[in-house]
Design a protein around this ligand. Structure first.
Ligand SMILES: [Ca+2]
Length: 329
């Protein structure tokens, strides 16, 4: 009979709990995850300010700055080729009441996902030659535009804006230039921009105005209640204007009701974590794994779990395998 000390037993149990709760896609082995938590005590590798985490000399290209729940009032400059990931757009608000909230520097290659972004200026500004992947954000109530790239030749080709809710801004998406027009030769070498599975809702001006890219793919977006819907480019064949049926937009709750017709309407090649077709907006699509399903109490519930090998030698390594089911209400 094997005798296990209490301390070792406690450690193993803690490891099991961590494994159960870690319903998150792990960061690549080569990348670091730097934690920002305004409720934590700052220690090496844990920050209370987003910008401090980005600026830290230990944060390098390929890393992920991961922001835990809270309202973070600061101007954020993304000057490194990193991922800025929030715990969820219902949990984390990035807010700047004194100007633009997130500015991606000239030449930056960035991913911004899972955040609620608001402020007095633009929500996200992409400076020249940026390549931005903007996923699963709620970009709401900005004094100027939701996503903006203008005032110079933007050249943000290759950028992707997918599964966001963009609402109550001036323009929802505003990609413009004093130099270049749509399909202008000066932009001919710039790769395409993709805008899909977004809900563009009740913006004060145009839902989107996208110029100065060699081509733009717009598909599976729902645009409704903006001063102009499907402004530039025009409406794609897979796009529509229907009430998204948010849970409670007056309280910034942009999850979809069970009856929403924006469920299961996104790009069929980009399914939700439960395997169903993509739900438009910030709480659907393949990158919503950290905060899917959208409604409280919907799971996932663990239906089976095994520990291998069992028994395991003291100091040995076990593998936990769990089967979970997501109950979409
Ligand atoms: Ca779905």
């Amino acid at each position: 009979m094997r005798i296990v000390s209490p301390r070792t037993s406690t450690f193993w149990w803690a490891a099991a709990v961590t494994a159960l709760l870690a319903i998150e896609r792990p960061t690549p082995a080569s990348a670091n995850r730097i934690i920002v938590d305004q409720n934590a005590v700052a220690t090496p590798g844990v920050f209370t300010s987003v910008q401090q985490a980005i600026n830290d000399s230990g944060t390098v290209a390929g890393d992920e700055v991961f922001v835990r729940a809270g309202v973070y009032r600061e101007a954020i400059s993304l000057s490194k080729n990193i991922t800025l990931a929030c715990e969820g757009p219902h949990l984390v608000e990035l807010r700047n009441d004194l100007g633009d909230t997130i500015v991606a520097a000239v030449g930056a290659i960035v991913t911004i996902k899972g955040c609620r972004i608001t402020g007095s200026g633009n929500g996200i500004v992409l400076r020249q030659d940026c390549v931005a992947t903007i996923l699963n954000n709620v970009i709401v109530g900005n004094g100027v535009d939701g996503i903006a790239s203008f005032r110079s030749s933007p050249k943000i080709g290759g950028s992707v804006m997918r599964n966001n809710v963009i609402t109550s801004n001036s323009y929802g998406i505003h990609i413009d230039s004093a130099r270049c027009g749509f399909n202008d030769p000066c932009c001919a070498s710039v790769p395409s921009v993709t805008v899909e599975n977004n809900i563009l809702y009740a913006n004060r001006s145009r839902d989107r105005s996208i110029e100065c890219v060699s081509s733009v793919i717009v598909q599976y977006n729902n645009a409704i209640g903006n001063a102009t819907n499907f402004y530039l480019p025009g409406k794609g064949s897979s796009e529509f204007s229907e009430d998204p049926s948010f849970v409670d937009p007056s309280r910034a709750d942009f999850r979809l009701l069970a009856t929403s017709t924006s469920r299961d309407r996104g790009n069929p090649t980009e399914p939700d974590p439960d395997g169903t077709r993509n739900d438009l907006g910030a709480f659907g699509g393949p990158d919503s794994w950290g905060f899917f399903p959208p409604l409280d109490g919907a799971g996932p519930s663990i239906s089976a779990m095994s520990v291998e090998p069992n028994p395991v030698d003291k100091g040995g390594t076990v593998t936990l395998r769990a089967t979970g089911r997501v109950n979409v209400q």
